[in-house]
Structures are given as structure tokens and as C-alpha cells.
Design a binder for this molecule. Structure first.
Ligand SMILES: Cc1cc2nc3c(=O)[nH]c(=O)nc-3n(C[C@H](O)[C@H](O)[C@H](O)COP(=O)(O)O)c2cc1C
Length: 363
């Protein structure tokens, strides 16, 4: 195994076998949807369909970027792709860097398009590669490799800073982005990896010509935690301590969704700690166009296709019932239902200039 393959494998093993969950929540417990005693519709009438980046989805759900590049990753991607196809939901592949550097790894990514020819499939590349000189050519290769409908460029400054030999050059990213968005005709999504996106960055990202942001906020998988365990195994005390210290760093997902939605006109994918159909409904009601789930789908995918299918079924079933209970016949209506923002999430948003009462007065 090459160094990068070993690292990929370690990420999967560590997240499967350790607690890598942030101790701070997404903030969705502070978002209260308003129960409607008379929904004035039948549960069977509800449509969860939506459209994102030119593709129709049966529900506003994506399997967020997870993996690629190893034999196990190929099996996982194949299971995830079967589920994406069966449910008519989207799928993001893990970072394709490994396949740009080692062409023979392409198959572990291509498999998703072979299995799900019509699904919304999102490619993946990292900011650090852009600052080391990659650009339009590599982005094009990622897209062509899987006939991607969109390309996510992940932002992971925390992970790189905590990681042993991490790539911490983030200077010049916005200019590189502008070049990429000008030269490609596939939408570009800027994607965090568990620390969220503030409105200050969202605005600059929009100016760079990007189509969407996947917030991937705090409250779910913590990359500081993953890197903490990797450093512990390697006996690297400094990184182990740093990972522990920054375990709960970031902007909670619910806060980040509101910040990005209110400051830009971009498509917003809510991810980071989305675990249930209720979380999903709350994220959409806050204005997200779709939600993404990563680690829980990885856990289920390694247990087998049927287990993953059952899990997605239960999330989507709950999502439909919550839509019914708030009287939303479709995703558009769900996006406009009134809701109450309480506690720390309201405090945070108020401090950042968001008048949270407006959400309660929506009609
Ligand atoms: C094992 C593992 C590998 C990941 N690899 C990538 C990746 O290659 N690219 C990326 O953008 N995000 C990657 N992520 C981050 C997820 O897409 C997601 O943003 C993050 O895990 C938060 O979502 P969650 O709380 O639902 O897990 C990975 C996550 C895990 C657990």
C-alpha cells in the first residue's frame, strides 16, 4: 500500500472503531418546528422530490463524500452507489486526489457511475491540492472520471493543521477557485468537513463564482478526533494533544446553514451531524436545498447493503412524517414553514446579526 492508501484505510478504520463524534451538538435541538394539529392534507400526498444541480432527486438527501482509492473503498462506494440508485438520492465520492496521482485507482471511483448511471454524483478534490498548483486540468479529470454532475472542493484547514505532515497552505485559494469556475461548465461546490462555514467566507466563495456550499458544520464527525487517534497510534504526542484540544472546534451546523443561506444566493447543502429525518426537515426549513450524511452511512455500508437500505428508509420515512406534521406538502413548502430558534443557537445567531424571530413569523 502507498502512503496515501494507508492513510485512507486508517481514516475508515478509525472512524468505524472509535468515538469520533463531536461533543458539541449541531444546534438542531434548538430548532423547533411548529406542530400542525390539522395538516389539511393526507400523508400519502406528500412529495419529497426536488431538483439539485440539474438532477431530480426523490428526496433532498445526499450521501456525503466518504472514500475511494483502496479495495475496501471500492466495495464501500459500490454499496453506497446501489443505495443512491435505489432511493434516487445523491452521492459524493471521497477525495479523488489518489486517482489523479495513481491512475490505477480510478476504478474505485468510477464504480459509482457504473452502478448509478442516472444519479446525482459529486466529485471531490481538496483545497490544499489547489494551493500546491493543481487547477483546471485536475478538476476536469475528476469530473470526467465519474461523469460528475458537480465537483466539491473540500476545505479542511483543521484536519491539515492537526494531521502529521498536513498540507497547511491555504493562500491563493480564492483566485484559483475563480479560474476553475470560469473554465468549467460543471457546478463547483465548496465543502467543509466538519467545522462549518461562516458568512464572511460564504460571501467570498460566492464572489468566486461557485454554485453551492456544503456547510458540513460542527456536531457530527470530528476530524480533530480522527487525527487524534491516528497520532495516538503513531505515538505522536503533539498531534494527539492538538486533536484532543480542537475536538469540538467549529460552527454548529444549524448556525452555519443560516449564515450561508442568509448571506448568499448559493445552493446550500446542510451536513455535519445530520442523523435523523427530523434533523433533515429542520435543515430544509432553515433554508437548505438538501442535506448530506456521511459517517452513519459508512457504518451501515460496511455492515451490508440491506442494513444501509433499511437505515435510509427509516430516515426518509421519518422525514415524510415530519413534513406531514408541519403541514408541508412538498420541499418548497417545507422551506417556508414557521419555526422557533431557541437557546444557544438563537444566542449565537443574534450575536451574528440574525433576527431569529423572523423565522417564527413566517407564513
Ligand atoms: C471516513 C471519512 C472519510 C471522509 N473523506 C472525505 C473526503 O475525502 N472528502 C470530503 O470532502 N469529506 C470527507 N469526509 C467528511 C464528510 O463528507 C462529512 O463532511 C463529515 O464526516 C461530517 O458529516 P457526518 O457528521 O455526517 O459524518 C469524510 C468523512 C469520514 C467519516
Amino acid at each position: 500500500m502507498t502512503k496515501i492508501e494507508t492513510r485512507k484505510q486508517r481514516h475508515i478504520n478509525i472512524s468505524l472503531h472509535n468515538n469520533v463524534q463531536s461533543d458539541i451538538s449541531t444546534g438542531f435541538e434548538d430548532i423547533r418546528l411548529i406542530h400542525r394539529a390539522i395538516p389539511e392534507m393526507n400523508l400519502s400526498e406528500i412529495s419529497t422530490e426536488t431538483k439539485l444541480f440539474g438532477k431530480r432527486l426523490n428526496a433532498p438527501l445526499l450521501i456525503s463524500a466518504l472514500t475511494g482509492g483502496t479495495a475496501e473503498a471500492r466495495r464501500i462506494n459500490s454499496t453506497l452507489a446501489h443505495a443512491a440508485k435505489a432511493f434516487g438520492i445523491g452521492l459524493g465520492v471521497g477525495s479523488q486526489r489518489i486517482a489523479i496521482e495513481q491512475k490505477e485507482k480510478e476504478g474505485s471511483f468510477r464504480v459509482v457511475r457504473e452502478i448509478a448511471p442516472d444519479a446525482l454524483i459529486i466529485g471531490n478534490l481538496g483545497c490544499p491540492q489547489l494551493s500546491f498548483g493543481w487547477g483546471v486540468a485536475e478538476a476536469k479529470r475528476c469530473i470526467e472520471m465519474i461523469a460528475a454532475d458537480a465537483l466539491a472542493i473540500h476545505m479542511n484547514p483543521l484536519q491539515e493543521a492537526v494531521q502529521l505532515e498536513g498540507e497547511t497552505n491555504y493562500r491563493g485559494i480564492l483566485n484559483k477557485l475563480k479560474e476553475i469556475t470560469r473554465s468549467l461548465n460543471v457546478p463547483i461546490i465548496m465543502k467543509e468537513t466538519g467545522c462549518g462555514v461562516a458568512f464572511e467566507d460564504a460571501v467570498r466563495i460566492e464572489e468566486a463564482g461557485v454554485a453551492g456550499i456544503e456547510v458540513s458544520g460542527l456536531g457530527g464527525t470530528s476530524w480533530a478526533a480522527i487525527e487524534h487517534f491516528i497520532a495516538k497510534e503513531a505515538g505522536k504526542k503533539e498531534q494527539e494533544a492538538l486533536g484532543k484540544a480542537l475536538w469540538n472546534w467549529g460552527i454548529p451546523t444549524a448556525v452555519s446553514v443560516v449564515e450561508v443561506k442568509r448571506s448568499t444566493g448559493l445552493r446550500v447543502i446542510a451536513s455535519g451531524g445530520i442523523r435523523t429525518g427530523t434533523d433533515m426537515a429542520k435543515a430544509i426549513a432553515l433554508g437548505a436545498d438538501a442535506v448530506g450524511i456521511a459517517k452513519p452511512f459508512l457504518d451501515k455500508a460496511v455492515e451490508g447493503r440491506d442494513i444501509l437500505v433499511e437505515h435510509i428508509e427509516s430516515i426518509l420515512g421519518e422525514f415524510r412524517v415530519v413534513m406531514f406534521l408541519v403541514g408541508a406538502k412538498n420541499v418548497e413548502e417545507l422551506r417556508r414553514v414557521p419555526l422557533v430558534i431557541l437557546g444557544k443557537t438563537a444566542e449565537w445567531l443574534n450575536t451574528r446579526g440574525v433576527a431569529t424571530e423572523e423565522y417564527a413569523r413566517r407564513r
